[in-house]
Design a protein around this ligand. Structure first.
Ligand SMILES: NC(=O)c1ccc[n+]([C@@H]2O[C@H](COP(=O)([O-])OP(=O)(O)OC[C@H]3O[C@@H](n4cnc5c(N)ncnc54)[C@H](OP(=O)(O)O)[C@@H]3O)[C@@H](O)[C@H]2O)c1
Length: 163
């Protein structure tokens, strides 16, 4: 599995259930990577999508412990084990974990590639993802040139699991 995330300098990813930065490049990059593939997200991230609709053109797997949670157009997985079973049933598919905090935490150990949009800012935040720069299990293997959007500077980074 692969992971897609936007982080700030402290690897913050959100505040009070909302995202920190809204970059057109973030949306474009997610579409480019995930269209035609499978995306996995937590129930809260799913419910924050416009009109609570699945991401079009992709298989949507939503992680929730709630037995009564269901929505048209999604597959609900009730545990990490259930996610792994669903993923095994899709050999050859590219599977992308798209957040949020609890879901990254639960599935990071099962990912071997991370696509990180790194924003050079420090936001006021209360949702975080593990800092892969501080982890011996991950290595930065690609970084784009510096990109800008108004006053924001950002980079696309690719990390791979080395252990
Ligand atoms: N920067 C980014 O790239 C990015 C991307 C996505 C989201 N975010 C941010 O992340 C924040 C939301 O994070 P979050 O942790 O609250 O939401 P989340 O991960 O989207 O959803 C959390 C829910 O997922 C389910 N879940 C997670 N782990 C599970 C497990 N092991 N087994 C069963 N169910 C599990 C639970 O649902 P139940 O309660 O139904 O059991 C849990 O309440 C927001 O601020 C959002 O903006 C940032």
């Amino acid at each position: 599995m692969e992971l897609i995330v936007t982080v700030d300098e402290n690897w913050a990813i959100g505040k009070n259930g909302l995202s920190l930065a809204k970059l057109p490049a973030e949306y474009r990059n997610r579409e480019k990577l995930t269209l035609g593939n499978t995306v996995i997200m937590g129930r809260k991230t799913f419910l924050s999508l416009p009109q609570e609709q699945p991401l079009y053109g992709r298989e949507n797997i939503v992680l929730s412990s709630r037995e009564d949670f269901s929505k048209k157009g999604i597959t609900v997985a009730h545990s990490v084990e259930e996610v792994l079973g669903l993923v095994e049933d899709r050999p050859g598919d590219e599977i992308f974990v798209c957040g949020g905090e609890g879901t990254y935490k639960a599935l990071l150990p099962h990912c071997d590639v991370a696509h990180v949009l790194f924003v050079e800012m420090e936001y006021d935040a209360n949702h975080y993802m593990e800092n892969l720069d501080k982890s011996e299990e991950w290595e930065l293997v690609e970084e784009s040139d510096e990109q800008t959007y108004f006053d924001m500077t950002y980079y696309f980074r690719k990390y791979v699991r080395v252990r």
